[in-house]
Design a protein around this ligand. Structure first.
Ligand code: G3I
Length: 356
């Protein structure tokens, strides 16, 4: 990177850090912030993101919705919500042909009450499938019918209520080969194009995404998405965007090619979004690790803002209180911008800096 860029970045960061201190001290900065201040409130992450034509969201899950202080922040700070589990296959079609949208509906209703948009997550995934689907063999014709019915019933149910769907989730392995899921093994790679077409038939307007983790950097796995997306576009298959989950970990290094990667998907005519952001670390969380985490949150926010078609950012829940990390990665955690007591961490102020 050029020295001038580094210097101006450093200046920007210092200015940002100063703004964060002022914000923390309750002193607003900038004309819009002054306007907000006249109305007696600080702009939220959503307000700040909207000034760039982006959204700033959080995942949530039904059991958490009894926690009033949690719910209050969820309803005020964000303009987009993703159900963490409530729209997955095991929740929505627990018995074959018997649909239950109560969990997803609860989250959609909450989002509507706060004028928040909803990302649908997810229609086709190898994980959290109902037992009736995984416990027997299916012929290709049978599974196609089951898949089509599931996708179309769910997409129709949420038509006009979600703005985007993660149609297929986590379809590739790390080396860029197809993941050998029940869908791939039974139907071949064409299940992805079929899923997108079926979703489009059920809702002509919703944005259709493929979504995965470890595709923030340019490498074999994101190359596989780039190749597939190009093919799908060439064949006229309805694909609108690529979701980069962005489950990052301090020990693996920052994905420095993120911005270039977002840009190359834009060049295919696709939207991108950071769909499940968290940045975990080995515990205990030290000041140093939290500062590094804050830098990464700032950097990934700046990367999205730098690419016009990166439409928004979603945290995979906003507080360490409800993070999936400690249960899945023992000894790791502290991954989100709010701590377990719902207090904002340095990461929160770093995101604000980036959005200002
Ligand atoms: O519903 C049962 C409950 O009845 C039981 O008492 C409890 C005991 O463990 O488990 C509950 O199920 C849990 C479920 O979340 C609902 O809370 C599962 O054990 C747990 O494994 C499951 O974890 C979810 C995970 O996906 C499954 O892979 C996380 O909450 C969810 O945040 C996570 O989200 C995924 C995205 O969908 C895709 N990308 C990766 C991301 C993180 O894994």
């Amino acid at each position: 990177m050029h020295t001038t860029t580094i210097r101006s970045r450093t200046r920007l960061r210092l200015a940002g850090a100063l703004a964060a201190l002022l914000v923390a001290a309750g002193v607003a900065t900038g004309p819009a912030a002054q306007a907000d201040e006249r109305h007696g409130k600080e702009p939220t992450l959503a307000d700040l993101a909207q000034r760039h034509g982006r959204y700033f969201g959080s995942a949530t899950d039904n059991p958490e919705l009894v926690d009033e202080p949690y719910k209050a922040l969820l309803g005020s700070e964000f303009d987009q919500i993703t159900p963490g589990n409530g729209m997955k296959w095991y929740a929505t079609e627990p018995q074959q042909g018997v649909f239950d949208f109560s969990k997803g509906d609860e989250i959609v209703d909450l989002a509507r009450a706060h004028h928040q948009k909803v990302r649908g997550h997810t229609l086709v995934w190898h994980s959290q499938l109902p037992g009736w689907l995984t416990s027997r063999e299916w012929t290709p014709a049978e599974l196609r019918a089951v898949l089509k019915k599931h996708i179309q019933t769910e997409v129709r149910h949420y038509r006009g209520k979600v703005f985007a769907w993660d149609v297929v989730n986590e379809a590739f392995n790390e080396d860029g080969t197809y993941r050998e899921t029940i869908f791939y093994k039974t139907l071949g790679p064409g299940y992805i194009a079929d899923a997108l077409r079926w979703a489009r038939q059920a809702d002509p307007r919703v944005k259709l995404y493929l979504n995965d983790y470890n595709i923030e950097v340019i490498g074999p796995k994101s190359d596989a998405y780039h190749r597939l997306a190009k093919e799908l576009k060439a064949q006229g298959v309805p694909l609108d965007g690529i979701g980069l989950q962005a489950h990052l970990a301090l020990q693996y290094g920052y994905p420095t090619t993120l911005e270039d990667n977002l840009r190359r998907f834009s060049r295919l005519g696709l939207d991108t979004s950071l769909t499940e952001v968290d940045i975990r670390m080995y515990l205990p969380a030290t000041e140093e690790k939290l500062a590094q985490q804050a830098d990464w949150y700032r950097d990934l926010t700046e990367a999205c803002l730098a690419v016009r078609r990166c439409v928004g950012i979603t945290l995979w829940d906003y507080t360490d209180k409800y993070s999936w990390i400690p249960a899945f990665f023992p000894g790791e955690g502290a991954a989100l911008p709010w701590d377990e007591e719902l207090r904002p961490k340095s990461a929160y102020f770093a995101i604000r800096d980036a959005l200002r």
